[in-house]
Design a protein around this ligand. Structure first.
Ligand SMILES: Cc1cc2nc3c(=O)[nH]c(=O)nc-3n(C[C@H](O)[C@H](O)[C@H](O)COP(=O)(O)OP(=O)(O)OC[C@H]3O[C@@H](n4cnc5c(N)ncnc54)[C@H](O)[C@@H]3O)c2cc1C
Length: 388
């Protein structure tokens, strides 16, 4: 093996100096600024704008945006670290940052023209929240069965239809919207548009009342004769399906990171509580039965971390990562559910009440198996690869 190869083969979990500094700054922020608000945000089902502003100041709302456009000039791996650290404290904040970076900004960076980037990226780096609107009532897993229509009209398009389940719908200023310019062309009609809040004909509809990640807004979007100029087309007309597939493949790694952070948070609560709580005259953590449960959770979290970091590092290295992204999402979300469930068990009655943080993590964990492709759809992707 060449010396050069040996030098570059880094253990997956060893962070570069810039990664360590970045991770530590997000961790510190999450402890100081997010943790005190977690219960209130869950109860009020709202993220205070002041906290969103502080996330922008921290630099986690424009991680991969080049410095020339006002962003942090980071890599995808930095986004994964940010989502993981924030989700360790609150997965609702994790998904706000995840959608902003791994879907919206990612789509603009990869598919936008220089003019598109100049126009939208500085706003996204400095205060504008983004949302990614693909799903509809009739098209979830079968996303390309969408029916929102974009009719060509002079030097623009007129959008009509409804989007469902749109994360950041309440806070967003910039929406990436998938619509079809030609329903007869099937997926080849799908086109991505950038639509700004305030555009006539766009309204944010019902906000969902959810089981978990309650502080994260999930809204319906309604388009009624909503006119957007041709300059707002993102990527090529009729190639929106490619934009969706490719950004969602990357977004999935972000959800893996969200679930990894959640699982770490749940295990930390379990360890702290069981070391403190005494039954039968001893700390609960001294019972071997409990120790083995904690050890198993730690083992699963380590495996989840390796799969998430590997997928993210493959992506940054420009190597194929489709299967790895699907694996890390499904695995990390299952580990999150199991670890949060264990945390509820190990806190006993206190695990079941809102005075302690773990019942919320248990509720929050469930979404990892649903959005950005359900677990069945991830299994389909993995199966297709291994059987081809
Ligand atoms: C909180 C939340 C936030 C969301 N945020 C966004 C967002 O920001 N933007 C956006 O565009 N969408 C968003 N979504 C939508 C999300 O991506 C969809 O809910 C998800 O893709 C599943 O679609 P569906 O709900 O229509 O379920 P369905 O597709 O109807 O699936 C129902 C069940 O059938 C199974 N199933 C379907 N097809 C198959 C198959 N071929 N083989 C085996 N099983 C199958 C599924 O796995 C699932 O168990 C969000 C959803 C939620 C709940």
């Amino acid at each position: 093996m060449s010396q050069q190869l040996i030098e570059h083969a880094q253990p997956l979990t060893v962070l570069a100096e810039d990664e360590t500094m970045f991770r530590d700054s997000v961790r510190e922020f999450a402890e100081a600024q997010v943790r005190p608000l977690v219960r209130q945000m869950d109860e009020e089902a709202k993220i205070p704008r002041a906290l969103i502003d502080r996330l922008f100041e921290l630099g986690v709302m424009g991680i991969e945006i080049p410095e020339a456009h006002g962003g942090a000039g980071g890599r995808f791996f930095h986004a994964v670290l940010a989502v993981e650290e924030l989700s360790r404290i609150d997965p609702s904040i994790g998904v706000l940052v995840d959608v902003q970076n791994t879907l919206v900004i990612n789509a603009l960076l990869r598919f936008g023209t220089e003019e598109t980037r100049r126009r939208w990226l500085p706003a996204l780096a400095s205060g504008s929240v983004g949302a990614y609107a693909l799903s509809e009532a009739g098209s979830g897993s079968d996303a390309f069965a969408l029916t929102t229509r974009a009719q060509e009209d002079g030097d623009g398009f007129v959008l009509n239809g409804r989007k469902l389940w749109i994360t950041n719908g309440n806070e967003a200023n910039i929406f990436i919207v998938f619509a079809t310019v030609n329903p007869d062309a099937g997926y080849r009609g799908i086109t991505a548009f950038i639509v700004e809040r305030g555009t006539a004909g766009l309204s944010v509809g019902k906000k969902e009342d959810k089981l978990g990640i309650r502080a994260s807004s999930t809204c319906e979007l309604v388009f009624e004769d909503c006119r957007v100029p041709r300059a707002n087309v993102l990527g090529e007309i009729g190639k929106g399906y490619k934009t969706a597939i490719e950004t969602l493949n990357e977004g999935r790694i972000g959800i893996g990171a969200q679930m990894l952070g959640l699982a770490r948070g749940a295990l930390e609560h379990s360890i702290a509580y069981t070391k403190e709580r005494k039954q039968f005259g001893r700390a609960v953590a001294e019972f071997q039965g409990v120790q083995f449960q904690l050890a198993r959770a730690a083992m699963e979290i380590e495996a989840a971390r390796l799969s998430v970091y590997n997928a993210a590092r493959l992506r940054d290295a420009g190597r194929p990562f489709l299967t790895e992204a699907a694996i890390c999402k499904i695995f990390a979300s299952e580990v999150a559910e199991r670890t949060a469930s264990l945390a509820v068990n190990l806190l006993g009655g206190n695990g079941f009440v809102k005075d302690y943080p773990v019942e919320k993590l248990y509720r929050d964990a469930k979404i990892g198996q649903i959005y950005e492709g359900t677990s069945n759809l991830q299994l389909q992707t993995i199966a297709k690869q291994i059987l081809s």
